[in-house]
Ligand binder design. Structure first.
Ligand code: ZN
Length: 216
């Protein structure tokens, strides 16, 4: 998601956050492993850099053979099973790690994201800003495009980490892109605080426009 560290949250955004936090039951507030490093964006990310290999994709190029799908996923195979807590914790840790590579000279708002595919692979991404501002890409979409480039097409879960006191859900643009590959994906937002947002994409983007709408 985009954002600017320290910028006041708008009324609508605040109401949305509160709504999400209050709407969910206890199950929506699972506590993930606390961050080992409280990185609050003090350092400037290096474009294209990777601080470590934890967030690196292990997919071998040859593993993509046969992954070409002329048709986008339709979600007909839903519902998907929910990843176990160990997997979600690993995703959160990877998201925090890749977030350290965020290129954020303008907002200083560091975000890391990891997507989990239906075959258990993880792909990561960080937000990458641009001097033109409008070309900035969110961590979530960066991770998804990373996944697509490796031949994968189905998302079962997304974990986003922000160095904030409270969790923040993906922006509207990212919700739309998640819907393309995981209309019922589990979306988890972690932060430096104890709260965790945990929703299905279908809850975050109800009545979404998707591939099925283009069928004639
Ligand atoms: Zn976004």
């Amino acid at each position: 998601m985009l954002g600017r560290k320290g910028r006041p949250v708008t009324g609508a955004h605040r109401a949305y956050r509160i709504g999400i936090l209050r709407a969910g039951g206890p199950g929506d507030r699972r506590k993930l492993a606390p961050p080992k490093v409280a990185d609050r964006g003090g350092g400037r990310g290096r474009p294209g850099a990777r601080g470590n290999d934890r967030g690196a994709v292990t997919t071998h190029p040859t593993a993509n053979a046969g992954a070409e799908h002329p048709r986008p996923p339709t979600g007909e195979e839903m519902p998907m099973s929910e990843p176990d807590q160990k997997t979600l914790d690993e995703m959160a840790e990877r998201a925090r790690a890749v977030g350290r590579n965020a290129y954020i000279p303008y907002s200083r708002f560091r975000v890391g994201a990891v997507v989990l595919t239906d075959d258990g692979q993880m792909f990561d991404g960080c937000n990458v800003e641009n001097a033109s501002y409008g070309l900035t890409i969110c961590a979530e979409r960066n991770a998804i495009f990373h996944m697509v480039a490796r031949g994968k097409r189905k998302i079962t879960a997304v974990v986003v980490c922000t160095p904030t006191p409270t969790p923040a859900a993906p922006c509207g643009a990212c919700r739309q892109v998640i819907n393309e590959f995981g209309p019922d994906a589990l979306v988890v937002s972690a932060c430096d605080g104890p709260d965790v947002l945990k929703k299905r994409l279908s809850e975050l983007l109800p009545d979404a426009f998707g591939p099925a709408n283009l069928e004639t």
